[in-house]
Ligand binder design. Structure first.
Ligand code: ADP
Length: 189
């Protein structure tokens, strides 16, 4: 299986690039952010996720890991999966390793989109106009998401680097140029 962790800070372009990778390599795309946003906002789980995501905080690991595993299990015949927005903590990365090992597979590579902080803020503010997402509209919440990324999520790259699976990709430039860089990194593997 081709299991790709597409990594990067909020606004790095993971969602956009996932669509292209999905099409080219015939993969299933799982975005935990999308899964949380699709929950019924009146359900207990929906309310819980929203209480964290609207503030730019991470949803607790136990909940996130369960949701991820149940999403993956919906695609037993997948040729591979793009993990977008997961794992976001080292505990999630360890859980993913265990889960995939139980299915006799594993993470093939982490592709990490590198984008400077100023550029991220500009992109997220622009996205707020179209996304209608509460967490895109407020500069204080954007800052909290970036801070959360730096403190809790960035260490996940070290986790995969320790397994020799980390590939850093320049995430600045045209969408097409970045797609080409990702294709090259995958094809070289
Ligand atoms: P972005 O990458 O633009 O910040 P996402 O759509 O990936 O946004 O995620 C939106 C929100 O959903 C996050 O800020 C967080 O609250 C929650 N979330 C998504 N994935 C995870 C995860 N793996 N662990 C914990 N919380 C998550």
């Amino acid at each position: 299986m081709l299991n790709i962790v597409l990594f990067g800070p909020p606004g790095a372009g993971k969602g956009t690039q996932s669509e292209r990778l999905k099409e080219k390599y015939g993969l299933v795309h799982i975005s935990t952010g999308d899964v949380f946003r699709a929950l019924d906002p009146e359900s207990e789980l929906g309310k819980l996720a929203k209480s964290y995501s609207d503030q730019g905080n991470l949803v607790p690991d136990e909940v996130t890991i369960q949701i991820l595993e149940s999403e993956v299990s919906k695609h037993p015949d997948a040729k591979g999966v793009i993990y977008d927005g997961f794992p976001r903590t080292t505990a999630q990365a360890e859980a993913l390793d265990k889960f995939l090992a139980s299915k006799n597979t594993g993470v093939s590579m982490m592709l990490s989109l590198v984008v400077p902080e100023d550029e991220l803020k500009t992109r997220l503010i622009a996205r707020a106009e179209v996304s209608g997402r509460k967490d895109d509209a407020d500069p204080a919440i954007i800052q909290n998401r970036i801070d959360t990324y730096n403190s809790q999520t960035a260490p996940v790259a070290d986790f995969y680097d320790g397994q020799d699976k980390l590939k850093e990709i320049d995430g600045v430039g045209s969408i097409d140029a970045i797609t080409q860089r990702l294709f090259e990194a995958i094809d070289k593997n």
